[in-house]
Design a protein around this ligand. Structure first.
Ligand code: ZN
Length: 348
């Protein structure tokens, strides 16, 4: 089924077809989710391959996306309610998750050049802290794993650690995904275990630069340049895996810290990881209670005007995706295809 879906997506990269679907979706909001922007395009073997875009690819994307769409701010999206405000046709919101320093150094100048507003969702516990995002550190430590066996989150027995680099990367990816599907305490315990077992691990300067978080001056400067700063929680846990007190703290402390730094209301959050199972009804209720007005998920769809503002769809944007495939995503064709396949899968 996945092969068929991939073949279909490849076959649908026709510009005219995508343009037609794009025209039909004129009143839907496209929200793109970027992570890191890097000087040079990274190779598929790099652990950041799936979450980075090169500065030149990013500039090219901003150029053609601002022809296809009308870039809007998160404030305009918030005010897009009956009787409060309207969005232009083909609205596009550009967002960044996590708070990588390269958002400030590389992305912001390009956004300014093309006049594209953006919201930067930052995990406040990492800003100006001398540590790496937990999932980056975990993946890098796993890739440096020297042991014969390794524990796997959620399983009681150890597994054989593969020897071949591609298999190691796939295994590390599986472990990282596993950490997102277990209670937060178990995730913290597992990341401690990996840290303990890889004492020799260290990170080169160039590598650190790629995944370094911003500091507060940089966040403040983005806000002063007119960009919006949203919350991506404090410590980037999977919110649905937290107990109620932790959940409240993650939502409220990040919001108040951002407001203190920027002097502006922090009304939007991108839920960490953002998949359906990461955002339970309790997470949404607590988000609303904390005073947020918009919540962003990650489901590769366009957002309908009548959709829930605590469950705004986003599309992941990465550099290695060729323009044709990117058009299939942002036109809404891929979301349409996913709906068909998901319905088909549910029927089975
Ligand atoms: Zn994130």
């Amino acid at each position: 089924m996945n092969i068929l879906r991939r073949m279909l997506v490849r076959g649908l990269q026709n510009e005219a077809l995508n343009h037609l679907v794009h025209l039909a979706n004129a009143n839907r909001l496209a929200v793109l989710c970027y992570h890191g922007v890097v000087e040079e395009r990274l190779g598929p073997e790099h652990h950041q391959f799936r979450t980075t875009v090169s500065a030149s690819d990013f500039a090219e994307q901003m150029q053609w996306l601002s022809r296809w769409f009308t870039p809007v701010s998160a404030t305009a999206v918030r005010d897009w309610r009956p009787g409060r405000g309207a969005l232009p046709r083909h609205p596009l919101l550009v967002t960044f998750d996590d708070g990588y320093r390269n958002n400030f150094t590389l992305a912001a100048p390009i956004l300014r050049k093309y006049g594209v507003p953006a919201v930067f969702f930052v995990s406040t516990g990492y800003i100006e802290a001398d540590r790496l995002y937990w999932y980056d550190e975990l993946k890098l430590r796993l890739l440096a794993w020297r042991g014969r066996d390794i524990r796997v989150p959620g399983l009681s027995e150890s597994q054989l650690w593969p020897g071949e680099p591609g298999a190691r990367r796939a295994f590390a990816q599986r472990i990282s995904a596993g950490c997102k599907a277990i209670p937060n305490d178990a995730r913290l315990e597992y990341t401690d275990y990996v840290r303990r077992e890889t004492p020799e691990w260290s990170l080169g300067n160039a590598e650190r630069e790629t995944i370094r978080p911003m500091n507060w001056d940089e966040v403040r400067s983005l806000a002063n340049q007119g960009f919006e700063i949203g919350s991506h929680s404090v410590d980037h846990p999977i919110l649905s895996q937290l107990d109620p007190a932790e959940l409240r703290r993650e939502l409220r402390d990040s919001k108040s810290r951002i407001e203190e730094i920027t002097g502006k209301s922090c009304f939007a959050i991108a839920y960490p990881n953002g998949k359906t199972r990461d955002v339970s009804p309790a997470v949404v209720a607590e988000t609303e209670a904390a005073g947020y007005e918009l919540g962003f998920i990650m489901d590769e769809r366009l957002h309908r005007p009548t959709g829930n503002c605590f469950s705004i769809s986003r599309i992941s944007a990465v550099g290695h995706v060729p323009p044709g495939a990117m058009r299939v995503r942002v036109s809404g064709l891929r979301g349409l295809l996913d709906s068909v396949f998901d319905a088909e899968t549910r029927r089975r």
